[in-house]
Design a protein around this ligand. Structure first.
Ligand SMILES: Cc1cc2nc3c(=O)[nH]c(=O)nc-3n(C[C@H](O)[C@H](O)[C@H](O)COP(=O)(O)OP(=O)(O)OC[C@H]3O[C@@H](n4cnc5c(N)ncnc54)[C@H](O)[C@@H]3O)c2cc1C
Length: 466
């Protein structure tokens, strides 16, 4: 059967990939001229890549890792040492590490926390460890229940000193959802911690060896098209047309290359667009349906991704770094961490600027100036004296509405991949799956969507009654 999918981000491509595995024919329509959505990247005039976001793959991403295996591209993941590295604001230019030894979980995580004495006191570690026990023992049900409170409220409820936030969780919360711990739902942090502590390699990190559109999305497209599917760029969905019974009759699609519009019909239809854009396209006949009206509770959070090319090396650290700076979140020297961006003599820092709400409308120059001021604190010796490091060029990529803002209460707004409309389905990191707004969540949502479609359309009289 034919399935039209709007959106060639990871969710749309994953949905198409698993549909061809089930023997169906997906037709993917992408609005832009670049694959990947929030993992999209471009080359500048010198041929250097710049990206929508600095992207990290975790050991706790089973569906993503399985996808790399199925595409036969596992060697493109560059795994780093099993550590988490934080800048130390009280001692500029120094780092504090959580090193996970090669022993089973959760002992490796407990050992990493206990052996770090720079950031948390023993009392804080014990109180925090006790607070995590219900999450580890009661699993998903407990995590879902915690969606009523922010992370800061969860800490207070467990008598954990707020200093723990300042030391560790402002940085982690910004890294996970680009907002601070007073705003983020405790479900998000607890879910991440649960995976990191329960799975031996859960918090182990990998960088892709190049730009995601070429190194991850294109192999997905090749896989899909080799098996009869289609992927069309510059082809935005403009309208969802309905039959009298409110099922989908067709998608009106613009072809930006040919400057024309056409109607596409199929057996089933999927939106794999970001939630903010899908909301604008919901037909008025569907507006009263709970699954669609609830989407008003999901809104993309602003974030800015910055690339700074320097004339010298700033660091030799082959890893992600948690900046613990007020304006910045995580960053990495991509000239070391990523094979295709390698430069033995000069650094290229990729930095996530968050929370970005007060900065998203500021000029690129303002944002870079503010970032450079923060960097002077992180690298105190590099930006002064005769032999100081100079900025050669920069690129700023703003995403005013990125992943859904994971504030308390929004878990219940997340829709299932199967919508109330018989021939219409949803994929996207915001749809319900247990990995929240992440690449893993997007890939899993696409897989679940494909399974849901396959189930709906391959019902035989026998399995309907079973
Ligand atoms: C700065 C940043 C850093 C991040 N870091 C990480 C990280 O380290 N690890 C991690 O796991 N995740 C990270 N993420 C999150 C991750 O990128 C997303 O969760 C994931 O890529 C979302 O995929 P998606 O397919 O659901 O949505 P999207 O990627 O948004 O894809 C939606 C697609 O739909 C297309 N579209 C929109 N309108 C139309 C239309 N009318 N017709 C057709 N197509 C349309 C868009 O162009 C886009 O290609 C980060 C995100 C950002 C922004």
């Amino acid at each position: 059967m034919r399935v039209v999918i709007a959106g060639a981000g990871l969710a749309g491509l994953s949905c198409a990939k698993y549909l061809v595995d089930h023997g169906h024919i997906p037709i993917v329509l992408e609005a832009r001229d670049v694959l990947g959505g929030k993992v999209a990247a471009w080359k500048d005039e010198d041929g250097d890549w710049y990206e929508t976001g600095l992207h990290i793959f975790f050991g706790a991403y089973p569906n993503m890792l399985q996808l790399f295996k199925e595409l036969d591209i596992e060697d493109r993941l560059q795994w780093k040492s099993h550590s988490m590295i934080f800048n130390q604001p009280s001692e500029p230019g120094t780092y504090s590490r959580f090193d996970f030894p090669d022993i089973p979980a959760p002992v490796n995580g407990v050992s990493a926390i206990l052996s770090n004495n720079d950031m948390l006191s023993w009392n804080e570690k014990i109180l925090f460890g006790l607070g995590l026990v219900p999450a580890m023992l009661r699993g998903q049900k407990y995590l879902d229940k915690c969606d009523t409170k922010s992370w800061t409220d969860w800490l207070k409820e467990h008598n954990i000193p707020e200093r723990v936030n300042d030391e560790v969780f402002i940085a982690m919360s910004k890294a996970l959802n680009f907002i601070g711990p007073d705003e983020i739902s405790s479900t998000v942090l607890l879910t991440a911690l649960n995976r990191f502590l329960q799975e031996k390699n859960g918090s182990k990190m990998a960088f892709l060896d190049g730009a995601p559109p070429e190194r991850l999305c294109q192999p997905m497209v090749d896989y899909i098209t080799a098996r009869g599917g289609e992927v069309h760029m510059n082809s935005p969905l403009r309208e969802i047309n309905l039959n009298e019974d409110s099922t989908v009759k067709s998608f009106t699609v613009a072809s930006l290359d040919k400057n024309e519009k056409k109607e596409l019909t199929a057996d089933a239809y999927v939106s794999a667009m970001p939630v903010d854009l899908f909301k604008l396209m919901i037909p008025k006949q569907w507006k009263g349906l709970d699954a669609f009206s609830k989407l008003d509770g999901l809104n993309g959070v602003p974030v800015i991704n910055i690339h700074l090319w320097f004339d010298k090396k700033l660091t030799d650290i082959d890893h992600l770094l948690f900046s613990r700076s007020p304006l910045l979140s995580v960053y990495a020297d991509m000239s070391i961490t990523c094979k295709e961006y390698e430069d033995p003599n000069r650094s290229m820092l990729e930095l996530v600027f968050a929370p970005a709400k007060d900065w998203i409308n500021r000029s690129d120059q303002d944002i870079v100036d503010a970032t450079m001021e923060e960097l002077k604190k992180l690298f105190p010796t590099h930006f002064m004296g005769d032999d100081k490091t100079n900025l050669r060029k920069y690129k700023v990529v703003k995403t005013p509405r990125s992943v859904y803002k994971a504030v308390p209460g929004c878990q219940e707004f997340r829709p299932s991949q199967k919508s109330p409309i018989k021939n219409f389905f949803l994929a996207g990191d915001y749809t319900m799956q247990k990995y929240l707004a992440s690449m893993e969540g997007a890939v899993l949502s696409g897989k679940l969507c494909a399974e849901s479609i396959n189930k709906e359309y391959t019902k035989t009289p026998q399995n309907v009654s079973s």
